[in-house]
Structure formats: C-alpha cells, structure tokens
Design a protein around this ligand. Sequence first.
Ligand code: SF4
Length: 339
Amino acid sequence: MQKQIIEKLQKKLLLWYEEKGRKDLPWRNLQSIHCDDRLRQIDRAYGVYISEIMLQQTQVKSVLEKFYFPFLQKFPTLQSLANTNEDDLLKAWQGLGYYNRARNLKKAALECMEKYSGILPKELKKLKSLSGIGAYTAGAIACFAYDQKVAFVDGNIRRVLSRLFALKNASMKELELKAYEILNLNDTFNHNQALLDIGALICLPKNPKCGVCPFYDFCKAKFNPNSYPENKKILYEKLNLFLIFMEYKEQIAIKKSQEKLYKGMYNFPLFKEDEFKKQKNMIFLGEFKHSYTKYKINIKVYHQILKIKTKDYEFKNFKELKHIPLSILSLKALNLIKF
Ligand code: SF4
C-alpha cells in the first residue's frame, strides 16, 4: 500500500475510534484521568496483563461485568498472584473456563519474581518467554502498558487484515508484516485499540458492516468479505454424558480433576452411557448442553441417594461446594438443580 493511502487509512481509523471506539474500557484507562476508582492502585502493566489473559477466550461484556474487578480485588498485584495457592486462584477464575490461563498466570508471576524483580518486563522477547504469553499478548502488553510502537495480530485483527488486503491463507508472519505496514507510529496505542474494535464491532465474521467501516475505501474484500480469510471448518463430535448428583447424608460426591484442561477443578461424577447403565435408583432432574474443545455434549442430570459412601469421590455439603473451584460444566449442572 502506498504511503499516502496508509496515512489516509490511519486517519480514518482514528477518527472512527474517537467517535465509536470502546475508549471507556477500564483496562484502556489505567492510571489516566478517566481511570475507574477501583483501579487507582493497580499497576498499569499488571491491569493490562490480566485483561489480555481474560479476554483471550472470554467476551468483553462478561469480563467487564463479572470477572475483571473481583479478580483484581482478590489479586491486586503480581506478587499476590505469585503467593496464592492453586485452589484460591482457580476459585477466582471459576466461570472463565480454560483454566490453564489461570495456572499460567501464577507461573508467569513466579517467573517475574525470579527473573525480573517482580515486574512484568517491557521487552517483547522477555514477555514471550513467560508462561502463557504468546506473540499477541506480548505485543498487547508492550503497546497498551508500555506505549511501545509494536504491531500484533489476534483472531479479530487477522480477519480485518485478511480482508483489507484480500489474503485467503496468509501466515501469521505475513499478517504481522501487514500490521506493521499500516501501523500508526504517531498514536500506536489508539491505532491498535481501534483495530481490535473494528474486528469486534464492524468486520464481523458473518455479515460485516462494510457500509460503516472506516476501511471501506481501502478494503480489497468489501464486495465479498465472507471469502476472507479461508477458514478451516471445525468438526465437532457429539457426545452424550450422564452427570449424577450422588448424595450421602446431605453431602454430594465430587472429584478433583487431573485432566490437563480441567486440572485442579472439581467435577460431579460424569459417566458415559455404558457405565451409567450400571447405576441404580436414580431420578432424572433435567438436561443441558455444553461445549468442550471439539465436543458438543448433551448432559443428562440425575439424583441418586447412596446407602454407602463410595471411596472414588470426596463428599462435600452445599456450603463447602461454594468454596471450591467448580468446572463450568459442574456449575451449569448446579444452576439447573434446586434440591
Ligand atoms: S470494508 Fe468490510 S470487509 Fe473490509 S475491513 Fe471493513 S468491514 Fe471488513
């Protein structure tokens, strides 16, 4: 793209951001005059870091309304994260899913304590060396926390750039070069925030709003945006599972997971059909749907009163259940049931 065209594009993007961008998001205003009172004592780099990790797989609305402030209240510093125990951390992360993110937060905090005097480093290379921080997150922290003039690509920016330049199967490297090609060195912070907002609000995966897009005059895919980028179809597998609330003297059976994705989280007993058929004396309570990696799961929920305590599980009363980290699947089952 020619230099003059890039300058026009940058100008249009910033004008759009000024008018329509999500400038009020709290993690975009850490330590500015618009800073939310609850965040006044939060270190800017730390506040940006937590927001970026939460936003990796969770929607802005949900992070904003349910998770960001309570988490920072509980863990206001990198040091507090490094010192926490896994159960407390997973409990605070409960509902966000993808619990490896939480475990990596603690690991990265410990790495910062050991190598970088307890603060998040500024350099991309050092940031990328921390647990759970990839190229995108390192770039976002460098730019949004330390005002560095760097470009980066997440899923939304990938879609915008692929369409803007009509690239069907561009590699991450190619897309990063494109991101640098249009990077506004005079206002990198707002440029990158604006690009994220275009991806989230305008250049949507289906039915992008090309008519109101500031890139319309420059975009090579505006007449057939759905052809870019070429997405591989995710093949989901359907699965039927059976969850049983096994009750013994007003206590419910539960197990701490050792599975990689759920490690440390608690689950109610779950069975495949053949194992479930061996269970007796159950009452059907309801069913719900749940997605987990490549699985679309239908879960039928039952209640069973046990005469003998089984050694396969721990048993907790309802008060105790409130204080342990439960998987999203278990929380959904609990929401469904009112004993
Ligand atoms: S014009 Fe349409 S396809 Fe192009 S960047 Fe804007 S919203 Fe996306």
